[in-house]
Design a binder for this molecule. Structure first.
Ligand code: TXA
Ligand code: MG
Length: 307
């Protein structure tokens, strides 16, 4: 695997044109990218990650002009969302243009589209001259990569390149909203809240139906799990009893509330902390979490990890 610096974007573009996959930073998490019309490269993404073939990839664009090349029957509400939230951490699901290979969309007739605000991601897509499909740059099921080091940890021996863009600004994935059912609905909570979207559109979003969620496999698979096992406490008394016991275990203490001696978990640092536990070969993560106090994106990821 080749490491590139931000001033070597032209080299990354050449690699993409030559059927190599390239990991790149975005403002949310790192992505593992291939040109949207290159089926062979897209196959490499699935095999490199060990990703199930029915889990669709997000198309990353640099300009709204690219939309009609990859989507059909675009509703006006799409442009309302784009006006406010593009570029940025919002992914919008639209009907897919037949030109987009089915392998990119996990076999479905829809495509998730987002315009990253990260300058390296933007530059890469712009210079390639076509959208880049990219899932998060982690081995399937593992926590997403929020820094260059995380990508290296997962893909040291892979064929391709990584652009070193340091640490990602948000540290959690984009919000995914579907415009393909009757009422727009959120399929994955993320950086942008439901309230922000509702406020901007002046409407209430619908509840994602089972069929919408089934069509969004990322919400189905076991996800984001560290190798270190997690012991969850939702009651402070039980927590205190547990931590006061003498133990030889190597423990990492995490809490969603401020607690002395615990790392405070946020959407920004969750994945980095989980990966740190694995890296230091901890025996267990002791997690104190009051789910009712946690924002929806963090709550969603934590629930997937512990339940
Ligand atoms: O912030 C992000 O969204 C990052 C960066 C790299 O852009 N990407 C990311 O991709 O998180 P990934 O593949 O790890 O997660 C994308 C999820 C899928 O698992 C799926 O649940 C949903 O978005 N998704 C994508 N395309 C979809 C589609 N056509 N229909 C329904 N859900 C879709
Ligand atoms: Mg992912």
């Amino acid at each position: 695997m080749e490491v590139l610096k931000p001033y070597q974007i032209e080299q990354a573009v050449e690699l993409l044109k030559n059927n190599q996959i390239v990991a790149f930073p975005t403002e949310t998490v790192y992505g593992l990218g291939a040109p949207i019309f290159n089926e062979d490269s897209i196959k490499k993404i699935f095999s490199t990650k060990g990703r199930p073939s029915d889990n669709p990839l997000i198309a990353h664009i640099s300009h709204l002009d690219q939309i009609p090349e990859i989507a059909l029957s675009i509703p006006s509400i799409f442009y309302e969302l784009a006006e406010r939230f593009f570029p940025g951490p919002l992914t919008v699901i639209l009907k897919k243009h037949p030109r987009v290979p089915l392998i990119a969309s996990g076999g479905r007739e829809t495509i998730g589209i987002r315009m990253p605000s990260h300058p390296i991601a933007h530059d890469l897509i712009q210079r390639l001259g076509q959208p880049i499909v990219a899932p998060s740059a982690n081995l399937s099921g593992r926590p997403s990569s929020t820094s260059f080091q995380h990508v290296l940890d997962d893909f040291k021996d892979f064929q391709g390149a990584i652009i070193d863009g340091g640490v990602c600004f948000y540290g959690i994935e984009s919000t995914v909203i579907s415009l393909t059912s009757n009422t727009p609905c959120i399929l994955r909570y993320g950086c942008i809240s439901q309230q922000e979207i509702e406020l901007h559109l002046g409407i209430k979003l619908g509840l994602a139906q089972d069929q919408d969620l089934k069509a969004s496999p990322g919400t189905r698979y076991q996800h984001y799990t560290p190798q270190t096992k997690i012991k969850l406490f939702q009651n402070k008394q039980d927590l205190m009893t547990y931590v006061s016991q003498k133990t030889l275990l190597k423990q990492l203490f995490l809490s969603t509330e401020f607690l002395e001696g615990f790392h405070t978990v946020s959407a920004f640092n969750l994945y980095a902390l989980l990966r740190e536990a694995d890296r230091n070969q901890m025996d267990e993560i002791v997690l104190f979490c009051l789910f009712s106090n946690v924002n929806p994106a963090l709550k969603d990821r934590l629930s997937r990890i512990v339940f």
